[in-house]
Design a protein. Structure first.
Lengths: 253, 322
């Protein structure tokens, strides 16, 4: 089975600080990584490959440095990586580049994506690519069963679990709950350095790209909190103090 | 001239909120508001969409109960094209989001999901706000292409009062989408305990610090004692372990809450959880790890094991109250 996983290189959101004066998020120097839920997609792809055989290709659209992040996915067990280089982060542009990259690869049975990226969390990429390729999509999947002619998926819509089936090709977006991504061993990391990574220029796939979303302003969310921490040697003393303060401040009582 | 605003949601309550938002924008832009009904519908229900603010209702009357993205998206595209709609607002449910994004991809246009605000700026241009960077920031965005597609989260606005004097046209349209190769095999309603967590004034919430399902009784005990209406939880307790139903889940992809008092017990405070509860007036945290990020988001933070701390906490409050 030919499986393609779309993985995004994102800013590690847990490391973002807010500038105290401008209130803007400070993005320079924030480390980049593969978006968490995309790793679940890679893990699922490897599990399927282990079961039915085939090939796992990982595509990322972004900056040239993404090559470093892709290596981790190859160490997990993906066979090949493709980095499509562009400066744009626009959903419309990136989804078209992914679609073009998929078409350039040619054959595929299954495309896996994370339900959303941890930085933007917009959940657009999977459905957009499926729409562009005119193939069925099954989103928010927390359980996947692969058979020869069809795939069966449980999608979590919040208040219902919908079991769906589809023939191939199909695009699936997965949630965090579907599996626990493996941590590659040192041996796997070393072995992965021999696996191929291709770098493609975005302009070669699409001549002219045009962002459709304009970002006017990004303001950090800061909350002024009292941050009173109670850490006495004896827990009972901590509780005594916090209860005193809660009464004094009129929170309880 | 693109003159229409179309709103659609598979969630009935959210649909009324979309009509209220759509009405506000339609009045501001001098456009016509169309409420779209896809799937099984009744004439009463269609009439209601007029009473709640629509100028027109388009009903496709497809004989489908559950949403398949490919087919719904195809219906939506046909309607958008026929009406030559300029603005499309879809309810931000899981189904709504996947339909919106697929439609945008197919129509080669821009889309903004999870909008927490939608408004016209001083030049009467549509602006949208959404949370980005895992809850760290709010971005103001706009779209340059047409149609402009947005998904709006619940509770951005209240539904308009029902006005049975409102008049409007109900148009039936037969749209038969191509049959998708995907099939719905089974739909299971999740067991929902009916926790209306978004309205709660006092919430006691638990996370992975709770070691087993039965121990949630400790959290319930504190909630009862403090007259909390319901208990909350972080993602793993609901989505992973299923110890509490989804209506208890507080976070970026769960529910966003704004109680007077939020007590976080054994919750480490991942940024996605904080995004769901940072609007609380007062935040109290219990955690055994002094480095847990929840303490940076809390007003009062007690470092200690919840199994010892909670009973002591209840006992001390009782003593204080005499």
């Amino acid at each position: 089975m030919d499986i393609i996983v779309c993985a995004k290189q994102v800013l590690d959101v847990a490391e973002i600080k807010i500038h105290p004066e401008t209130k803007e998020p400070i993005l320079s120097g924030v480390p980049r990584k593969i978006s968490d839920i995309d790793k679940n997609a890679v893990e699922e792809a490897i599990k399927i490959k282990d079961k039915v055989g085939g090939k796992v290709t990982v595509i990322t659209v972004g900056m040239p440095e993404a090559v470093e992040n892709i290596k981790e996915l190859l160490a997990m067990g993906a066979d090949e990586g493709i980095v499509v280089k562009t400066q744009s982060q626009d959903y419309d542009v990136v989804s078209k580049l992914l679609m073009k990259a998929v078409e350039k690869l040619g054959t595929y049975d299954l495309i896996l994506c994370g339900e959303a990226s941890i930085d933007q969390f917009s959940g657009q990429m999977g459905p957009r690519i499926a729409g562009l390729l005119k193939i069925p999509q099954i989103t928010y999947v927390k359980k996947l069963e692969v058979e020869k002619e069809k795939i069966r998926a449980d999608r979590d819509t919040g208040d219902t679990i919908v079991t769906m089936e589809s023939s191939y090709p199909v695009l699936i977006t997965v949630t965090k709950e579907i599996n626990e991504p493996r941590l590659p061993s040192l041996m796997q990391i070393l072995a992965a350095s021999n696996k191929p990574i291709q770098e493609w220029e975005g302009e070669e796939l699409i001549k002219k790209v045009e962002d459709k979303t304009v970002i006017h302003k990004v303001t950090g969310i800061t909350s002024e909190r009292k941050n009173r921490i109670y850490q006495e040697e004896n827990l009972e003393d901590s509780i005594e103090k916090v209860v005193d303060d809660l009464f004094k401040d009129g929170v309880v009582g | 001239m693109r003159n229409m605003i179309v709103v659609y949601s598979d969630d009935k309550k959210l649909m009324l909120e979309l009509l209220a938002k759509g009405r506000e924008l339609a009045d501001g832009l001098n456009k016509t508001l169309v409420g779209l009904s896809i799937g099984k519908s009744t004439s009463e229900r269609e009439q209601d969409l007029i009473y709640y603010g629509a100028d027109q209702v388009v009903s496709t009357g497809e004989d489908q109960d559950y949403v398949k993205a490919e087919e719904y998206s195809e219906i939506l595209i046909k309607i958008i094209n026929e009406l030559s709609a300029e603005i499309v607002i879809i309810g931000n449910t899981k189904n709504g989001k996947e339909i919106a994004a697929r439609t945008a991809g197919d129509m080669d246009t821009g889309c903004i999901t999870d909008c927490s605000k939608l408004y016209l700026n001083e030049n009467n241009e549509m602006m949208a706000e959404r949370i980005v960077y895992g809850g760290n920031a709010v971005a103001v965005q706009s779209l340059t292409s047409s149609p402009k597609i947005y998904t709006m989260i619940p509770r951005v606005t209240d539904a308009l009062p029902k006005d049975e004097q409102r008049k409007g046209e109900i148009i039936k349209k037969e749209v038969t989408p191509a049959v998708s190769p995907s099939k719905i095999i089974k739909v299971q309603e999740k067991k929902v305990e009916g926790a209306n967590i978004e309205d709660a004034k006092i919430i006691i919430a638990c996370g992975r610090g709770v070691k087993k399902k039965e121990d949630i009784s400790l959290i319930k005990e504190l909630a009862d004692f403090l007259h909390g209406e319901t208990i909350g939880c972080s993602r793993p307790i609901s989505a992973d372990l299923n110890w509490l139903s989804e209506d208890h889940w507080v976070g970026l992809s769960g529910h966003k809450v704004k109680p007077h008092i939020y007590v976080a017990v054994g919750i480490s405070g991942q940024i996605q959880h904080l995004a769901g509860m940072r609007g609380s007036d007062v935040i109290v945290a219990f955690n055994k790890d002094p480095e847990a990020p929840i303490f940076k988001a809390a007003d009062y933070g007690v470092v200690g094991d919840l199994y010892q701390a909670l009973p002591l906490f209840i006992q001390k409050i009782k003593q204080k109250m005499g």
